[in-house]
Write a protein that binds this ligand. Structure first.
Ligand SMILES: [Zn+2]
Length: 300
């Protein structure tokens, strides 16, 4: 495992133009102004032919085979342009066979139109059937609806490898799937689970009852290493710690409800110190409490 390519790049031509405008109008611009326009990216080989591409706070995965490449979420139009360079750098001359949406949210799935066009326009876009309607409705050219949808499991077999797409039921969205690369024992999961990080804000899109089941189901899949849509790569222990965190959070909020606390009181008074070192705890833990509170209160 090692970082094979890593660089700072300007976010877009527009960003470049705005920096140049600052330099022309205001004289020399400071390093701070320049760095605010940059997005850091990196490509890391997790296993033979399995690469994590990180762009800012987002991660995706691509799998190289003899017949071509299968890529997950392109992240954004700008990220997709760099992702295309990175795919070509490690797999020159091979086609991009498929783009797989982890789920239909634009901050992960955008860029598929750009990525497909760079590779000649014939790449198959695959996603869960529950993502189709919202994407048709959004009519976002950066985020084309999938050409192929599935409901339970779909196994791709490009170039003698397998890429398994597994639906664990609704979680963060009803369209969320998990990727498995069995010959590398790697899984890829986005937004409903991460490595020692609390959930994002108030978990606003979660379907909580099913989310808890999906976390348990993830732990039954066969993998040793798991990459996430945000944050560092982990192992099965990371999944088990997430199950423990959300279980502890649910229990703490349930106790607050049973004691008659309001949502504000719960958000203010509940703490789970054993997770205080986790990513996002300071910013989002109280919001996680609010999300769980609203769900548990609605279930009473
Ligand atoms: Zn999402």
């Amino acid at each position: 495992m090692g970082v094979i390519r890593k660089a700072l790049r300007l976010r877009s031509r527009l960003a470049l133009a705005s920096i140049l405008a600052v330099s022309v109008l205001g004289g020399l611009f400071s390093e701070t102004e320049a760095s605010a326009q940059e997005t850091e990216w990196a490509t890391t080989e997790l296993a033979d032919g399995v690469f994590q591409f990180s762009y800012g706070a987002h991660n995706t995965l691509f799998v190289v085979t003899d017949d071509g490449v299968v890529a997950f979420d392109p992240i954004s139009d700008d990220a997709a342009r760099i992702l295309a360079q990175e795919i070509r750098a490690v797999a020159p001359g091979v086609p991009l066979l498929a783009i797989v949406y982890s789920h239909h949210h634009a901050d992960h799935a955008s860029g598929a139109g750009v990525l497909r066009a760079i590779f000649g326009g014939r790449t198959l876009i695959i996603g869960h059937e529950n993502g189709l309607a919202p994407l048709l409705e959004a009519a976002n050219p950066s985020l084309p609806p999938p050409d192929l949808t599935f409901s339970g499991r779909l196994t791709l077999r490009p170039g003698g490898r397998e890429v398994r797409l597994v639906y664990l039921g609704p979680s963060h969205t009803a369209s969320m799937i998990v990727g498995l690369i069995p010959d590398a024992s790697i899984a890829f999961a986005v937004d409903f689970v991460a490595n020692d990080r609390v959930g994002y804000r108030d978990l606003g899109s979660h379907q909580f009852r099913e989310f808890f089941l999906a976390l348990e189901a993830l732990d039954t899949l066969e993998f040793e290493t798991i990459a996430f849509g945000h944050g560092p790569v982990g192992d099965r222990g990371a999944v088990k710690r997430q199950i423990a965190y959300y279980g502890d959070l649910r229990d703490a909020v349930q106790q607050a409800l049973d004691a008659g606390w309001s949502e504000d009181e719960a958000a203010e008074r509940i703490s789970l110190d054993e997770y205080a070192s986790w990513g996002g705890y300071a910013e989002w833990f109280a919001l996680n409490v609010r999300g769980l509170y609203r769900w548990l209160a609605s279930e009473r």
